[in-house]
Design a protein. Structure first.
Length: 362
């Protein structure tokens, strides 16, 4: 069976070596042939792709028809691509396994409106006016400001009120500011138009280090959601943000048992896994297509309450890389093969670019 591995720029330009080798190994084990290609390899006049294939230890260029399914890496919005018209045309021909989801605030609104898991949401507002900032600051004394459409901790600021002055933390750097300074910064963020504000949730270890727990889920060959990995990211002492480069990452269950004791830690671990399944199913239900991969981030406050931070598609794999990449590739290839098999049940051309909505099953 032929499955595509696609990125608007060629996959060889965006895939790390672990992921590339993992795809090849797990495709071979599942009797799947992979065709790696970018948008410039597609000829719409002949409906052909000039793709890269790994054969007998060497890469070769070969021409083929469109695969039914493509694992699409480095998924981006149409407006960020070099050839948006070609991308839309390709999406009408081939079913992609991965899809974009809403930005942070839109996702917050969807979950809040659905009301099923809204009690776990951190109160969130768009930053539109200076008064928005000061009203929430008056109620909380410490706020998180973050861009609606960024990842990896980029642009996140933590602002704390200290009597008449303020402290602002960006990644590992803290600035001490007066009223005039903070007003200038907030007005600049308002002008950018993409910031949201939230109360700061103190999610910290017994020795006061900020942390969050990430549950990474993926669909397997039966299109069922499974948990790939649970990890905890722990910041350095005195740093309020736990998703920057340089955090300490350990196994989730190990961390929870160390911090909360064996019995409570095991219970928290089970609760986080169950909530991750619920949030994944919930978020998946918002879209006309099935999602293939999500990372759900949680905080645990000083009273033991679990809070939902955010959900991310295509989560970056840094820690436990070799283990996670090989297992991820096994499931992604298996899931793609399953989708291709389902597509063959539809007559051509109705199966072209078809979205699939798969019922969640544990």
């Amino acid at each position: 069976m032929l499955i595509g591995v696609y990125s608007h720029e060629h996959p060889f330009e965006v895939l790390n070596q672990y992921r590339l080798e993992s795809y090849l190994k797990k495709a071979f084990e599942q009797n799947v042939e992979l065709c790696f290609f970018g948008i410039e390899d597609v000829d719409f006049e002949s409906n052909k792709i000039l793709g890269d294939y790994y054969e007998n230890g060497h890469w070769v260029k070969k021409e083929s028809g469109f695969p039914l399914v493509a694992i699409n890496e480095f998924n981006q919005g149409i407006n960020k691509l070099r050839y948006p018209d070609k991308e839309l045309k390709l999406q009408a021909e081939i079913s992609f396994t991965s899809h974009l989801i809403n930005n942070k605030y839109e996702m917050y609104c969807k979950i809040k409106e659905a009301n099923l898991l809204s009690h776990l949401l951190i109160p969130t507002k768009r930053l539109r006016l200076l008064s928005d900032f000061y009203k929430m600051m008056k109620e909380n004394k410490k706020l998180v400001l973050k861009p609606d459409n960024e990842a990896k901790g980029n642009g996140i600021l933590v602002v704390t009120k200290n009597r008449s002055n303020y402290s602002l933390q960006e990644k590992t750097i803290t600035y001490h500011l007066n009223l005039k300074d903070i007003n200038k910064i907030i007005l600049n963020l308002i002008e950018k138009g993409n910031y949201i504000i939230q109360p700061f949730i103190k999610s910290s270890t017994n020795d006061g280090k900020t942390f969050h727990v990430r549950v990474h889920l993926i669909r397997n060959a039966n299109a069922q959601w499974i948990i790939l990995k649970v990890i905890a990211d722990i910041a350095e002492q005195g740093i309020d943000i736990s998703n920057y480069e340089g955090v300490t990452t350990i196994e989730g269950n190990e961390f929870l048992c160390e911090n909360y004791g064996k019995e409570n830690g095991d219970e928290l671990f089970k609760n986080l896994q169950n909530l991750a399944y619920q949030f994944t199913e919930h978020i998946d239900s918002f879209y006309p297509y099935s999602l293939d991969e999500l990372a759900i981030d949680f905080a645990i406050d000083q009273k033991g309450k679990i809070w939902f931070f955010e959900g991310n598609t295509e989560p970056e794999i840094i820690f436990f890389k070799e283990e996670r990449e090989i297992e991820r590739a096994y499931h992604i290839v298996g899931y793609s093969k399953r989708i291709a098999q389902l597509l063959t049940e539809y007559p051509d051309p109705t199966r072209k670019g078809k979205y699939f909505k798969i019922k969640h099953r544990k």
